[in-house]
Design a protein around this ligand. Structure first.
Ligand SMILES: Nc1ncnc2c1ncn2[C@@H]1O[C@H](COP(=O)(O)OP(=O)(O)O)[C@@H](O)[C@H]1O
Ligand SMILES: [Mg+2]
Length: 506
C-alpha cells in the first residue's frame, strides 16, 4: 500500500473557497476562527476552520477529518498531482458510524449542499453485464445509444459548484462490485481516467474518490462485543479496540482486493464505533435539526420543541445499538419524536408559538408530548434584531435570511448609528461586531443593556478579544461568535435564547 500519503504541501495560504454558507471576516486583519461559541480555542488557520466545521458534522471520527482535509487544501492550493484523482480514500468500519455522512458533510461544506456527491451504489453492479450501466454499452450493441452511462464528465461536473470545482465521487459498498467494475476503478484510481463505451473519457483529476465498504464488519462486531455494548469499554480498552479494528479492516481489504488496487488507495480510514458521548452529541444535533425543520417548514406557525434531559436519556437508551450505530438512533428519533409530533401538528393540537414538551411516561417505556400554551411575547418567534457591522455583505446576507424567517431587522454600520436606532426601537437582540469604525461592540453591548436589560447581546469577532473585553462578555453573559460562522448558528443561538422556557413553564 502506498504510504498514507498525507500531502507535504500543508500550506498556510488562505483556502480560496473553503466553505459555503459561512460568514467570513471582511478584512485580512480578522483571523477566521471556528464556528463554536466560546467552546473552542481560537485558531488562525483556515484548515482548522474546515476541520472544526467538519468534525462538528461528523461526530467522534477525528481521524477521518484529519486525513481528508489536507487533500482538499492541496487541491485548493493548486498543488494536486496530475494524472490521478486528488485523493482516494477507503472508508471502513461498522455500519452507521458516519462513513457516508462524511462525504455528504464534505459536500455541504464545499458546495453548500450535501446532495453534490456523485454516488455509485456498487450493489447495483454485482453482475458483469450491469457494468454497461456505468460506462454505457460500446457501439455495435443493440440499443447502445439508449444506455445513459452513470459516470459521464457532465455528471461529474454537475456535482461541483460555483464555490468549489472539486467533485466528490462515492463508490458505496465497493466489495459488492463485479470484478470488471473493480478493473475499471483501477484505471480511475491510477490514471484518473475512465473510458466509456463510446470511447470518450471521463477525467477524475479534479475529484476526491471515496470507496466505502463493510469488509471485516462482522469480525469487527465480534471485537466490539455486542453482549455488553461497546460503551462499557474503558478508555484503555478502547485504544486497544481501535488498533484491533484497524488490523481486521486491513486484513480483509488485502484478502478481497489485489495488491495493485490497494496500492492505489491513498488512505484507509477505519471508523470507530460511536461512544455514548458521541451518540449523545448526535442526538442533540438531530433534535436541533428537527427544531430547524419545524421552523423552516411551518414559518410563522412554528412552535418550540422542548426535550428535557430525561427524555434525551430515554431516546439515547432506546437508540443505542452496537450493530447499527447511529442508524438506530435515527430510527428511534423518528419513531418517538418526529412521527408523534407530525400527528400533533396534523390534528391541530399545537398552537402557534406554543411549546411542545416531551416527557417520559410513568413506567418509563414511552414518551408523551404535551403542548403548553405560550405566554411568551411574539418576540420569541418574530424578534427584532439589531445588526451592527461595517461589513455590508454580511449585513445584507443576514438581513435576507432573517427577513425570510419573519424577523424584523435593523442594521447599522457604526456605533453612532446603532445608538440612534436603539433609542427609537424596542430590541429583542443585538448582534454586534467587536471592531466598529467608531467604537467597540462589547462596550456598545453594555450600553444597550442599560436601555434594554432583557435584550440578548451577541458579540461577533474575527480577532481574539483583549482580556478586559473578554471579561466584560463573561460578566454580562454575552455569547461570543467567532468569524467565520454559519448563518444558521447565529439564528439558532438567537432563537434558543429568546424562547423563554421559564415563561411557558409558568
Ligand atoms: N459520526 C457521525 N456523526 C454524525 N451523524 C452520524 C454519524 N454516524 C452516523 N450518523 C447518522 O447516522 C446516519 C447513517 O450514517 P452513515 O454515514 O450513512 O453510516 P455508514 O457508516 O454506514 O455509512 C447518518 O445519516 C447520520 O444521521
Ligand atoms: Mg454508508
Amino acid at each position: 500500500m502506498r504510504e498514507p500519503n498525507r500531502p507535504e504541501e500543508r500550506r498556510r495560504s488562505r483556502v480560496k473557497n473553503p466553505t459555503a454558507g459561512i460568514i467570513k471576516s471582511e478584512s485580512g486583519v480578522d483571523k477566521p476562527k471556528n464556528t463554536q461559541i466560546r467552546s473552542r480555542k481560537a485558531t488562525a488557520d483556515p484548515v482548522e476552520d474546515l476541520t472544526a466545521i467538519l468534525s462538528q458534522k461528523v461526530v467522534g471520527q477525528p481521524t477521518a477529518t484529519r486525513v481528508i482535509i489536507p487533500y482538499i487544501q492541496m487541491y485548493q492550493a493548486g498543488l494536486a498531482p496530475e494524472g490521478r484523482p486528488v485523493g482516494v480514500f477507503l472508508l471502513l468500519g461498522p455500519t452507521g458510524t458516519g462513513k457516508t455522512k462524511t462525504v455528504e458533510a464534505l459536500a455541504e461544506v464545499l458546495h453548500g449542499t450535501e446532495k453534490n456527491v456523485l454516488k455509485v451504489d456498487c450493489g447495483e453492479f454485482q453482475m458483469e453485464h450491469e457494468v454497461a450501466k456505468l460506462i454505457g454499452a460500446p457501439p455495435g450493441y443493440l440499443g447502445h445509444r439508449e444506455t445513459q452511462p452513470m459516470l459521464t464528465q457532465q455528471k461529474l461536473n454537475a456535482v461541483t459548484s460555483e464555490k468549489c470545482s472539486l467533485s466528490l465521487v462515492l463508490f458505496d459498498e465497493i466489495e459488492k462490485a463485479a470484478p470488471s467494475m473493480t478493473r475499471l476503478l483501477l484505471g480511475v484510481l491510477d490514471k484518473g481516467l475512465l473510458r466509456l463505451g463510446d470511447n470518450s473519457t471521463v477525467n477524475f483529476e479534479k475529484s476526491l474518490v471515496f470507496l466505502t465498504s463493510n469488509l471485516g464488519a462482522r469480525e469487527m462486531m465480534k471485537e466490539i462485543n455486542p453482549e455488553f455494548g461497546f460503551q462499557s469499554a474503558r478508555p484503555t480498552d478502547r485504544a486497544d479496540l481501535t488498533s484491533k479494528l484497524q488490523s481486521i479492516a486491513l486484513m480483509s481489504v488485502r484478502k478481497r482486493f489485489s495488491p495493485e488496487f490497494v496500492n492505489r488507495i491513498d488512505c484507509i480510514i477505519t471508523y470507530q464505533p460511536l461512544t455514548v458521548e458521541s451518540l449523545s452529541t448526535i442526538l442533540d444535533q438531530q433534535i436541533t435539526d428537527l427544531q430547524n425543520h419545524v421552523n423552516t417548514r411551518l414559518g410563522n406557525r412554528s412552535f418550540m420543541l422542548e426535550v428535557p434531559f430525561e427524555a434525551r436519556q430515554f431516546l439515547l437508551k432506546k437508540g443505542t445499538s452496537a450493530e447499527y450505530g447511529a442508524r438506530e438512533l435515527n430510527r428511534t428519533i423518528h419513531r418517538f419524536l418526529t412521527q408523534p409530533l407530525a400527528t400533533m401538528v396534523a390534528t391541530n393540537q399545537v398552537n402557534v408559538g406554543a411549546t411542545v414538551r416531551v416527557e417520559v411516561d410513568e413506567p418509563g417505556d414511552k414518551l408523551h408530548m404535551r403542548a403548553l400554551e405560550s405566554e411568551a411575547s411574539p418576540a420569541s418567534t418574530h424578534p427584532t434584531v439589531l445588526l451592527v457591522d461595517d461589513n455590508r455583505d454580511l449585513l445584507h446576507f443576514l438581513e435576507r435570511l432573517m427577513a425570510d424567517a419573519g424577523w424584523t431587522l435593523l442594521t447599522a454600520e457604526s456605533a453612532t448609528e446603532a445608538k440612534r436606532l436603539v433609542a427609537e426601537h424596542k430590541l429583542n437582540a443585538a448582534l454586534l461586531d467587536y471592531m466598529l469604525p467608531d467604537g467597540n461592540g462589547v462596550e456598545l453591548g453594555v450600553e444597550f443593556l442599560q436601555a434594554a436589560p432583557n435584550a440578548l447581546v451577541i458579540v461577533m469577532t474575527g480577532t481574539i478579544l483583549p482580556p478586559e473585553e473578554e471579561a466584560l462578555c463573561e460578566e454580562h453573559n454575552f455569547p461570543v461568535l467567532r468569524k467565520p460562522f454559519l448563518a444558521s448558528d447565529v439564528m439558532n443561538q438567537i432563537r434558543s435564547r429568546l424562547m423563554p422556557v421559564s415563561a411557558v413553564r409558568a
